[in-house]
Design a protein around this ligand. Sequence first.
Ligand code: TPP
Ligand code: MG
Length: 285
Amino acid sequence: MDRQNPFHCQEEKAWCPGCGNHGLLEGIKEALDQLEKDPHEVVVCSGIGQAAKLPHYINANGFNGLHGRSIPPALGIKVANPDLTVIIHSGDGDSYGEGGNHLIHNIRRNPDITHFVHDNQIYGLTKGQASPTTRQGHVTGIQTEGVQLEPFNPIALAISLDCSFVARTFMGDKEHMVKIMKEAIQHKGYALVDIFQPCVVFNKINTFKWYKENTYKLDDDYDPTDKIAAFQKSQEYDDGIPIGVIYKKEKPSFLEGIEYLKDQPSLVKRDLNPDNAKSFMEGFF
Ligand SMILES: Cc1ncc(C[n+]2csc(CCOP(=O)(O)OP(=O)(O)O)c2C)c(N)n1
Ligand SMILES: [Mg+2]
């Protein structure tokens, strides 16, 4: 690229030195630059958490909402202005715990948005409680006897709901991560990308070294359209976790499925006529 990356931002970051979020942020800026996007074309949405601070550190439009609520504003923005590239950056707690219900039904809707989950397998911002992806037996300051619950498997859930694009990557392998990010952004439909992102302070088990030693890349001849094979891949953990595009399913995106919108301008392109709302409101009084 000979242009300067327009997504760079001078804002000081409130992340710990060594946090996986730094590399992840560099990765998304690089992916967007390589796709030759411009900042005004991009919106980054998030909920609450360390991961969810990302919209503050990238030169693009942003929406930092409530915990577990990164998806609804992203969907609203995409519906109002389908020309925008809408991306979510949020944590494993935010996306799979507090936001779990939105995740499920968003997969069913299949809007054309991309969801990058910073999966550090812990609640980072609130200082190290178990998240849905924390493994059984993992001892935390709250789960002093070790986590009792079985972990949530986002990849298996997404496949079971026929999510149109399901991938996993590790921020410690920048080339792999940027490649997957670009593919996910270009995918038409909802793309869920679980990104392993070490929390160097509150997760002493799933470290950089651990992810490096416990992940492997899917073979080139792996077929992501094979649902049964994908489901089998989603079960692998203890003997190595596959990274790459795990599942893909072609289907219409949310807006394509709404018949009456087909020959209508998008909301942002319609004339604003407050009088229409006035007469509508008068009906309530
Ligand atoms: C409704 C609600 N519940 C709980 C909280 C407290 N809270 C803030 S961030 C957070 C966990 C964030 O974890 P995760 O989404 O994994 O992000 P990370 O900090 O690890 O990047 C919690 C429980 C909140 N702000 N709002
Ligand atoms: Mg987390």
